[in-house]
Ligand binder design. Structure first.
Ligand code: MN
Length: 270
């Protein structure tokens, strides 16, 4: 008799902290797909990017059987979760749901996306979810989209070294989904000048106006059109056309001559 396949094991994390409504929504959504284990930061870690804590020990607290918090970053949660907390290798890692977009260049700063990057580095299929809109956030549509994407990724594996960055426009209904490339998203006037009560000048990074990329096939454009953006992200930061260009045009021998002759004495000096 064929045995029924085991429930997929799904690790859930985020960058907004364990008490964020977004991770509660994502955990609830994933219970429709498999067995979930939550490992999330104790506090908000938005915009910590791919930081790994190496200067102090990390404290783990178990909230209940399948929920852990850690006084560290999203990347710490993935490293400790996969290495020490989960009793098996997860079939899927999901991060989010972030309240606010992770589009274009902003992906570099994102803790939400970085958790999925870390999962991908361990070979776990990983998906980052962000909800684009204004508070109060309604996660109902994003939860349905997360379920559909999780089921799709479990059934039809992602390419190697590739994660998905999903941005979902706020709303009651899904107007459509589109596979996109990462766009550009530069910010204007995002450094605010403030003064403390003693008149000392400070700078506060935040706010400003995003300058939109005009590529029609980008994540930024998809969200502007009200569509769910699905961007495959890979971990190889090499610019391959740049690699060929530099190899074809740079005179490394001449550069070497400018630096000086190779120092072989050190190696030979035994
Ligand atoms: Mn966040």
């Amino acid at each position: 008799m064929p045995t029924s396949p085991a429930l997929p094991l799904i690790m859930v994390t985020n960058d907004d902290g364990i008490d964020s409504p977004g991770i509660l929504a994502l955990r609830d959504a994933m219970t429709a797909v498999g067995r979930t284990i939550v490992v999330a930061p104790e506090r908000d870690n938005s915009a910590v990017s791919h930081a790994l804590t190496m200067s102090r020990p990390l404290r783990i607290r178990r909230r209940n059987q399948d929920t852990y918090t850690l006084d560290g970053t999203p990347t710490d949660c993935v490293v400790i979760g996969l290495g020490k907390l989960l009793d098996a290798r997860p079939d899927l890692l999901v991060s989010g749901i972030n309240p606010g977009p992770n589009l274009g260049d902003d992906i570099s700063y994102s803790g939400t996306v970085s958790a999925a990057i870390e999962g991908t580095m361990y070979g776990i299929p990983s998906v980052a979810f962000s909800l684009v809109g204004e508070p109060p956030y309604d996660y109902a549509l994003a939860m349905r989209i997360a379920i559909t994407l999780a089921e799709t990724v479990l059934a039809d594996p992602l390419p190697d070294n590739t994660l998905l960055n999903i941005n979902i426009p706020a709303g009651k209904a899904c107007a459509g989904m589109v596979i996109t490339r990462q766009g550009r998203r530069l910010w204007e006037n995002s450094i605010q000048e403030t003064f403390d009560p003693w008149g000392r000048r400070h700078y506060w990074i935040g706010g400003g106006t995003p300058l939109r990329d005009h590529g029609e096939d980008t994540d930024v454009a998809a969200i502007h059109k009200g569509l769910v953006s699905i961007t495959p992200i890979h971990l190889d930061l090499t610019n391959h056309s740049g690699l060929h260009l530099l190899r074809g045009t740079w005179d490394l021998d001449r550069m070497q001559d400018k630096v000086g002759p190779a120092n072989r004495g050190h190696r030979d000096n035994t």
